[in-house]
Design a protein around this ligand. Structure first.
Ligand SMILES: *Cc1c(COP(=O)(O)O)cnc(C)c1O
Length: 387
């Protein structure tokens, strides 16, 4: 979103809306595809980070697979043109209906999160006369050093099968005739910026892979999940994550045979920087101790700050050379104190009607929007629609 005159192109568009810069998306996808492709890696896009159909169509056209966490996401991926052979389906609570849908499409793999789920998929696959391909999600007990709400790989989290259950899981897989174990799945958390965390993950993956191979089980696919973080503070100068460094860690530290495939499930790293939430200043309120900027967007459009105190860079549009700077608490219109995008944000002096961009909102933004307070349906504008 580097265009300095972008403000003039937004005139007349009803706010708030998500603005998607398709050039940034394309550059990001190309960089990720090149860095993974040259190492023979496969990347699935995690739809839960953004299932906007325009974005999905581009992601699909660039050769990525899809990683889904609900039956509707599986259907949305199919509708956007993703080949079922490149779709994975994860989640701790898959319903029978969702499992049946994914079975009917003969997806690439179910990422299975419990022993009981293995048994249920086996039964449902038998009814359809199919063999379900599954990857067993193992909880590797690696601390992702990220916010505790987005850490998923510790023993106390609800995800995956733990160490203590592995022996039994292996026995269940052996006896289930309508299940084929194709691989192992890991996902330890999100917004991970410390590459050492991924190195620790590789060490664990090697251990579990060996555990299975020592028992004569062939592991074709190592799915190491997603979680690569983005730079929320520098959306323009550091727009593209360092995919080279990321994939290089796995290339170096994962022990694998030439026949073994390595799969990734990236969400945030692919789409966060292409999206901004554009909002209008409704009111400026100068309190006793604080100045408030009250926007027409709130936690109903972008929930991350209210949900996990996430930081998003806030910019006033069209005021590059402003001299008078003020500290504002930038808040939304929703009747909740947590409806705040940032405290003490330094911005050019602002007035009613000014436009503000909340950056790096392409991941876990639009998808988490809600109608709370009976807010309007979310709107979006794509960069190729601007004149
Ligand atoms: C959320 C999720 C991802 C994507 O995580 P990002 O941090 O957006 O890359 C990948 N795999 C699974 C199983 C997930 O739940």
């Amino acid at each position: 979103m580097k265009n300095e005159n972008i403000e003039s192109q937004f005139v007349g568009k009803e706010t708030p809306f998500y603005y998607y810069d398709l050039n940034v998306l394309e550059e990001t996808l190309d960089a990720a595809y090149a860095a993974s492709g040259k190492r023979g890696f496969h990347v699935h896009f995690a739809l839960k980070s953004n299932f906007n159909s325009r974005l999905l169509e581009m992601i699909q056209s660039k050769g990525f697979g899809a990683d889904c966490v609900s039956g509707n996401e599986v259907q949305q991926a199919i509708n956007a043109g993703f080949d079922a052979k490149m779709i994975t389906f994860a989640g701790v609570g898959k319903s029978d209906k969702e499992i049946n849908l994914a079975l009917a499409h003969d997806i690439f793999a179910f990422n299975v999160e419990s022993i009981q789920e293995l048994e249920v998929i086996n039964e449902l696959a038998a009814v359809q006369g199919r063999k379900a391909k599954v990857a067993l999600r193992i909880n590797p007990n690696v601390d992702a050093h990220t916010h505790h709400y987005i850490t998923t790989g510790l023993d106390e989290n609800k995800f995956g099968v733990t160490n203590a259950e592995l022996e039994r899981a292996a026995a269940v897989i052996r006896k289930c005739e309508n299940i084929e174990l194709i691989g192992l799945h890991f996902h330890i958390g999100s917004q991970i910026t410390d590459m050492n965390v991924f190195k620790s993950l590789c060490v664990k993956v090697n251990e579990w892979k060996n555990w299975f191979e020592e028992r004569g089980v062939i592991i074709k696919v190592l799915n190491v999940g997603g979680g690569l973080g983005v730079d929320y503070h520098n959306p323009d100068t550091n727009a593209i994550p360092d995919f080279e460094a990321y994939f290089d860690i796995f290339d170096k530290f994962l022990e694998r045979t030439p026949q073994q495939e390595v799969h990734f499930e990236l969400g945030r790293a692919l789409v966060a920087q292409c999206g901004s939430l554009i909002s209008k200043v409704l009111y400026v309120k100068n309190g006793v101790k604080k100045n408030f900027l009250i926007l027409d967007a709130g936690m109903t459009e972008l929930m991350r700050p209210a949900l996990y105190q996430a930081f998003h860079k806030i910019e006033k549009l069209g005021d590059a050379n402003a001299t008078e700077l003020i500290n504002y608490d930038v808040v939304g219109p929703i009747c909740e104190s947590s409806d705040c995008f940032g405290k003490e944000v330094t911005l050019p002096l602002s007035k009613r009607g000014d436009l503000v961009a909340i950056r790096t909102a392409g991941a876990y933004g639009e998808v988490m929007s809600s109608r709370y307070n009976l807010r309007e349906e979310i709107r979006y504008v794509y960069s190729d629609e601007l004149v």
